[in-house]
Design a protein around this ligand. Sequence first.
Ligand code: HMG
Ligand code: MG
Length: 304
Amino acid sequence: MTIPSQVKLVEVGPRDGLQNEKVQVPTSTKVELINKLADAGLTVIEAGSFVSPKWVPQMSDTREVYLQAAQRPGVSYPVLVPNLKGLEAALEAGVKEVAGFAAASETFSVKNTNCNIKESLDRQKIVCDQAIKSGLRVRGYISVVLGCPYEGEINPIVVSDVARQLYEMGCYEISLGDTVGVGTPQKTKELFDYVARSVPVDKLGGHFHDTYGQATANIYAALQLGVSIFDSSVAGLGGCPYSPGATGNVSTEDVLYMLDGIGIETGVDMEKLLVAAEYICEHLKRPTFSRAGRALISKQERTS
Ligand code: HMG
Ligand code: MG
């Protein structure tokens, strides 16, 4: 398998990033961030989630965010939905794409969605059927694929089985999430190799967190298997409210720096991405978590 010449970056900062912030980020700031990310050339930008506001209050303005973000042609703005109630809200807002989520560990599934893996897949099936009937595209996520904060090691057979079920219910793409960021390149390779026996490799995405500094190495390992879809978060925003200790998603800047270095086409412009990162970091009043972002900004400052 040769390394793909093109990669699709799925920007999850406005959802996976901001869902984890202690403070409520104003709707207008989220909208501006999303628009700046689109300016940078990102073509998939997760706008938020229609989940219970009691569980994740940070996403309670997703409807307004979605409606106010400039709907640029060629850009999709998926939202997460855990159940039919979420799907109905998404349909009412006019979204074109939703993402469902399941987990590879029973404990994480209960902590994140208050039901076990089977129950969450049964729910997702209902959501998928209805969403597809309504003309929506559905993406599928699986959390804790390389380790769980509650159960530790995860058996790839479980990940593969959940991925196959999501694929069979009509998810056009399955994102495998190392929610805790414990994965290493070898484990990543073994997992993707295994899951690719049940779901075509071009339908698999990688969603890495950088807790142990392994995220770009893991992406490189997955690239070598032909994986060409990666989730990332501007300025490395994020974590997961139900994954204690996990740091942010791998930053879009770090991933882009690596992909640019290999010569892989993404359509994303680093300068404009840095503008989006600077914008949200200024709002959150803290420096970026991105190593490449920090280095590039300080280089700009030295040369200006
Ligand atoms: P539950 O408490 O079992 O739900 O939660 P319920 O059906 O019993 O309803 C309880 C209340 O929530 C009711 O309100 C419902 O109306 C309301 P009340 O009558 O008490 O006033 N409710 C809703 N409100 C708005 N939108 C909805 C909705 N559903 C119910 N869709 C539930 C079950 C799934 C709803 C809950 O557990 C939940 O919302 N979980 C979401 C948690 C979440 O968002 N986690 C983060 C996203 S996943 C993630 O970050 C990982 C990922 O990024 C991958 C990675 O990083 O590796 C994908
Ligand atoms: Mg994540």
